[in-house]
Design a protein around this ligand. Structure first.
Ligand code: DGL
Length: 276
């Protein structure tokens, strides 16, 4: 049976793009969206109250993700970007069911898996939260497109708390990175996927560990490019909006979120406490 093409003719380019994550991680994706789509209005939801998602049950992750998606839809978003690997790995189906074709959904695993499956022909390592690794979604999605690629996944749960605490360029973070990346499971990799949107905030430290031995994939760029392609295809690109609106909702306001969001988006952002 032929797949029905989605009809988004009820949506308008001026409507905002909705993005969510458990905390600051999704900002790495939001920043790249702002760079590639500078005229878009954005609504970001950071669920800092329930952070980290990576240690939660599938049921809890589904509950948080669907509540946030519902909130973003009620705020007239024309697309939903699940800027969280853990939510993608555990709640994508439920989010799709809730949205039921009303707006496009862009997740952070499938576009990356598809791109590396076609472009990379060597051993791939994935570091991610426990809940992402136990879903096995990276391996499944990559091997769906190319079954000859070897994929090794490693849960690296201490990185998110360190990043949320703002421990960048810090001996604690260096020790954690060293400890995880020297794990025997990642011994023969030639490419590394940062399977958590928080991790690009430590990309320099991670690259430093490897020198030039391992290629680190730029997932935020792949995801933002996918979003741009979909918006363009459906005539939903906002091209005439020189002063876009950036609204950030947080379920618990943290100093580190304020710091990183202002660094990426400038001082004049709206930051609002919102418990769902
Ligand atoms: N940034 C998220 C991810 O990509 C979630 C991290 C967490 O809350 O554990 O998986």
């Amino acid at each position: 049976m032929k797949k029905k093409t989605a009809d988004y003719s009820h949506l308008k380019p001026e409507q905002p793009i909705g993005i969510f994550d458990s905390g600051v991680g999704g900002l790495t994706v939001a920043k790249e969206i702002k760079r590639l789509l500078p005229n878009e209005n954005l609504i970001y939801f950071g669920d800092t109250k329930h952070l980290p998602y990576g240690d939660k049950s599938k049921e809890a992750i589904i509950e948080y993700s669907t509540k946030i998606t519902d909130f973003l839809l009620k705020n007239s978003c024309k697309a939903i970007v699940i800027a969280c690997n853990t939510a993608t790995a555990n709640a994508l189906k439920e989010v799709q069911h809730l949205v039921s074709g009303a707006v496009p959904i862009i997740d952070v695993i499938n576009p990356v898996a598809e791109k590396v499956a076609y472009e990379i022909h060597n051993n791939i390592g994935v570091i991610a939260t426990k809940a992402t690794v136990s879903s096995g979604l990276y391996k499944k999605s990559i091997r769906k497109h190319n079954k000859f690629i070897k994929v090794d996944e490693l849960a690296t749960p201490l990185l998110v708390p360190a990043i949320e605490e703002g421990f960048k360029n810090h001996p604690i973070t260096h020790a954690i990175i060293y400890n995880y990346l020297s794990n025997h499971r990642l011994k023969n990799i030639e490419t590394l996927i940062l399977g958590c949107t928080h991790y690009p905030l430590l990309i320099e430290e991670i690259k430093q560990y490897y020198g030039n031995r391992v290629r680190v994939i730029d997932s935020p760029n792949i995801v933002a490019s996918q979003l741009k392609m979909i918006m363009d295809k459906h005539h939903l690109l906002n091209t005439n909006n020189p002063n876009p609106n950036y609204h950030f909702y947080l379920s618990d306001i943290t100093k580190n979120f304020e710091k990183i969001s202002k660094k990426f988006f400038g001082k004049a952002i709206d930051l609002e406490l919102k418990v769902l």
